[in-house]
Each structure stands twice: as structure tokens, then as C-alpha cells.
Unconditional design. Sequence first.
Length: 248
Amino acid sequence: MVEANRKTVVIATYNEGETIQSLVSRVLSLEAEFSVLVVDDESPDGTSDIVRKAFSGDHRVRVVTRSGKKGYADAMMRGFREALEWGAGRIFTLDADLSHNPDDLSRIDSSLDQHPLVIGSRYRDGIRILNWSPMRLLLSLAANTYVRKLLRLPYHDCTSGFRGYRREVVAAITSTGVKSNGYAFLVEVLTVLERVGWRAEEIPIIYTERRAGQSKMSKLVIFEAILLPWRILLRPAGRTSPSHPARS
């Protein structure tokens, strides 16, 4: 049974033991009640065990531990399906490394009252990123311009992982043939939804470089992100459409 007011935050983790307890605690402390679903790829640092121990008995926290490192996209899809089965009416995603401020979940949640999906944008109304090198900022801006122009997406920040979705949008995503393995998943999801008429709203956030752990960016992830727009452009439109038409 769907609980219309349940708000579930899906967090994909791999070796985020230094930050995950603090992040989950901050989410649970928000005035609006959020539940948390951690999807962990069997982190060697015991991320999932840290969550289970710290929040044992708290019905608002669930942990899914998967065998082996399957990647961000697969973790998100698993988390979406689990959240739907849990009865979430609204589903949120953010990074596990505290680069996203959990306090902004409340603003994203409020915006979902008027929009089917909401992006926490680093680039709307100016650049809002702290502690990045000029080179990394330039690469991020170039990547967003690249996918925005090729795929004709109307967003300033197509690669932000800080998002909120209504239940019906997540159900549509899980019914599609999403092909990405890494963070290119974020762009592919926006493209799929845009093609069937679901338009996201962007609200400005401040992004802070991770405080602990190591970045998950790799040459393979970057290569996939370069190829993804061309794969989408060449894919027949019918293969990216949800099984049910979108309604705003």
C-alpha cells in the first residue's frame, strides 16, 4: 500500500563509512519525516554494517547489501524498486559523501508539489560549487554543455545526483530499458523522461567537494558519459519510452 506522505531518500554507497552515519542522522533529523534506504555494494570498509549498527531498530532506515561492486546506475535502479515496494510516494537521491546538504531536501520536497521531478542544480543562477579545482569545474561545465546541446535538454545541470521524484516518475524509470552503467545514468533518465513529456524543475543548491573518501570518477565513467548522448540519439524512440504515457 502506498503511503502518500512517505518520503524515501535512496543513497548508493561504496566505501562511504566515514560519512554515512552523519549523513543518515542529518536526514532523519529534518522536520519533515524522511526514511532512508542505503544500497551498498558490499563496501570493504563496512559501510552497510555501520548503518545497521547505528540505526538498529529505527523503522525509518533500511539497508540493502549487494554482492560485488555493480555500479551507480544499478544501485539506483535497485533502490528505486525497493523504495516503490516500501510504499514511497516521493523518492529522493543524494550523494553519500556530504557534498549535498541534506537540509536542501526540504526545498526539493516542496518543489515536488508543483513538479513531477526536481533537480538540485549547481549551475542555475550562477556556479554554486565549493572547493573544486578550476580544471574539474571546467570539465563539469563542458560535460553539461555537451549533453545539453546534443540531447536538447533544457537544464543547467544534467549531471546532478541530488534529485526528487514523484512515485509515478520512478515507476516509469524502472519500466524503461536504461542502459547506462555509471553516472551517465543521470543524463539518460532525464532524456527518457523528457521524451515522454515529464519536465524537471531546477532549484539552486550549493555543492561542496567531498569531505572524506575517494571520488568514484574514473576513465571508464568519463568514456561512458562521452558515448551516452550518441547512443541515445541513435536508439529508436520507442525503446526509451515508459510502458505508460507520462502525465504532468
